[in-house]
Design a protein around this ligand. Structure first.
Ligand SMILES: [Zn+2]
Length: 521
């Protein structure tokens, strides 16, 4: 307690010092830095109801491509954080009078205080900023992150180190949906949304692994680990230094295809960089297509790619059901009502009318219905189109989502759906489906207990013809392995500074789908 009050006094002194510097320019720039840091911190707290941890801060930083979506969904609700930060801005920026004014040479003092907090966090694995003035956690995390970045060795990525023992399957497709919760689909719940995945389709078998754990509950971590592989133990090392799935595909003589429905204009996300893009033969984004119909284009493009004679490996990042979901489905697909007000987010990425979602129980009920309608369209109609047009008879397709959602089915409060610092099980509960032609690595139709994101990478390697035994030694068991898989996802994906990953069960049996109370009375 004494240590805490000493820290509280020290950090408060830092802010007062920033406010008392004589030079207006120095004071106002300090005011902007401290107020912006406070806004980020209190805004995160207001949306998630949780403390911003170092892991969550890194996720936030790496998810900046979604900042417009986040603003569209939450911007209007953050006036309280904005008001507090504005007060701080004025409090530091307005001139101090009389003997309070400090000489300019004391200008570094507030930043020395920040550095001292960063040093404490460094020694404590990122922990220790709770209860301090709102500017400090963010500023200290930013310093830590900068130091870590500067100190991290520039590692050269390893080349492909596995041998192939067989020919690759004709076409291998990995469809990564966005924010689709496994238990909202008909294949996993009697009241789930109809997807067509439980129907029979000629020439292919659909194997359902049920609701399985994702790698983590935020897009970037799951996507990175899906592309670089790794077990619960070695994923950090494989992402930092291992070959990407593109490298393995190219080395197996396959064309590499990336279909990204989320971004436009060549913008990269989910931790992808130019080094990775250099390994991609055909890169598709749909700049002129409205967000509403981009997933249909994904289905179309996959069908085109798998009809080509040369073997190919295809990764697709769908639009899926990321917030806001008000307008992610056409009127004809409005199966579930009452739904969120329509017509405000038609081109989601850049419009920002914040009416229509306030986090109340009624809002969440409408949100869940809009979410279901989105699944009817972006999952159901997507698969109808894909499976009716794509010839997968000598190919394999793995379908999953990057993470699940917390849609407040239990009536709890909060605005956020995923990337929470302390998530419940549903944020890591995703679908996992394997679709393949008759002669391609046959699996049973219903499989329970051995599915997870971690098994996708070694399965892709097996389909590419790599030695499954060696692949398993490095990347763990694949989807054909019947050994049991832990039902957990990683809630501290950015485990660094000596911290270890933290595992959270998805509790598949206890996931809530309150379909009755959501329906129109
Ligand atoms: Zn995501």
């Amino acid at each position: 307690m004494a240590a805490y009050f000493a820290l509280l006094g020290w950090t408060s002194f830092g802010i007062c010092a920033a406010a008392c510097i004589s030079s207006a320019a120095i004071r106002w720039s300090g005011a902007v830095v401290f107020a912006a840091a406070a806004l980020l911190f209190t805004g995160f707290g207001q949306v998630t109801g949780q403390f911003l941890t170092y892991d969550a801060f890194i996720n936030l930083l790496n998810s900046r491509a979604f900042v417009d979506d986040a603003y569209a969904q939450y911007g209007g609700k953050l006036w309280w954080s904005a008001a507090l930060s504005l007060l701080l801005l004025l409090g530091i920026g307005l001139p101090a009078r009389g003997r309070l004014a400090l000489p300019n040479w004391l200008a570094p003092v507030p930043y020395v205080v920040v550095a001292s907090i960063a040093a404490i966090l460094f020694l404590r694995g990122g922990e220790g900023a709770r209860g301090l003035p709102a500017s400090y956690p963010t500023l200290a995390y930013a310093s830590l992150y900068g130091i870590e970045f500067a100190l991290s060795p520039n590692r050269i990525r390893e080349g492909v180190y596995l041998q192939r023992t067989s020919e690759p399957v004709d076409h291998i497709v990995l469809v990564i949906d966005e924010s689709v919760s496994g238990h909202y689909l008909d294949i996993n719940s009697p009241s789930g949304v109809e997807t067509g995945l439980s129907r029979q389709w000629p020439g292919i078998t659909i194997s359902n692994f049920g609701v399985v754990p994702s790698i983590t509950n935020c897009s970037i971590g799951s996507n990175l680990a899906l592309r670089f592989g790794g077990t619960r133990e070695n994923y950090r090392n494989r992402i930092a230094a291992g070959p990407s799935i593109w490298a393995f595909a190219k080395s197996a003589g396959m064309k590499t295809v990336y279909i990204d429905a989320q971004r436009t204009g060549g913008a990269l996300h989910n931790g992808m960089n130019d080094e990775e893009v250099a390994l991609i033969d055909r890169f598709f984004q749909f700049d002129d297509e409205p967000v509403l119909t981009r997933d249909s284009r994904v289905a179309e493009q996959i069908a085109i790619e798998v009809s080509k004679p040369e073997p190919s490996f295809i990764v697709a990042n769908k639009v899926g059901a990321h917030f806001p979901v008000h307008d992610k489905f056409p009127d004809e697909y409005m199966t579930y009502r009452p739904t969120l007000p329509r017509g405000q987010f038609t081109d989601v990425s850049d419009t920002g009318n914040r009416e229509g979602f306030d986090g109340s129980a009624e809002s969440w009920r409408q949100y869940r219905n809009a979410y279901r309608n989105t699944i009817v369209w972006n999952v159901g109609a997507f698969f109808d189109r894909l499976l009716a047009t794509a010839d997968l008879s000598s190919s394999a397709l793995i379908y999953t989502s990057d993470h699940g959602q917390n849609l407040r089915e239990d009536g709890s409060s909060g605005l956020s759906t995923h990337c929470n610092a302390d998530p419940g099980g549903s944020e890591g509960a995703v679908p996992l489906v394997y679709i393949a032609g008759a002669d391609v690595l046959p699996l049973a139709k219903e499989i329970r207990g051995n599915g997870s994101h971690y098994r996708i990478f070694p399965t892709l390697l097996r389909l590419m013809g790599y030695d499954p035994k060696r692949a398993q030694q490095i990347y763990g068991p694949d989807l054909s392995d019947t050994s049991e898989e832990p039902e957990t996802f990683n809630t501290r994906f950015n485990a660094r500074l000596g911290q270890l990953p933290q595992w959270q069960s998805i509790d598949a049996e206890t996931l809530l789908i309150p379909d009755d109370q959501d329906a129109e009375n």
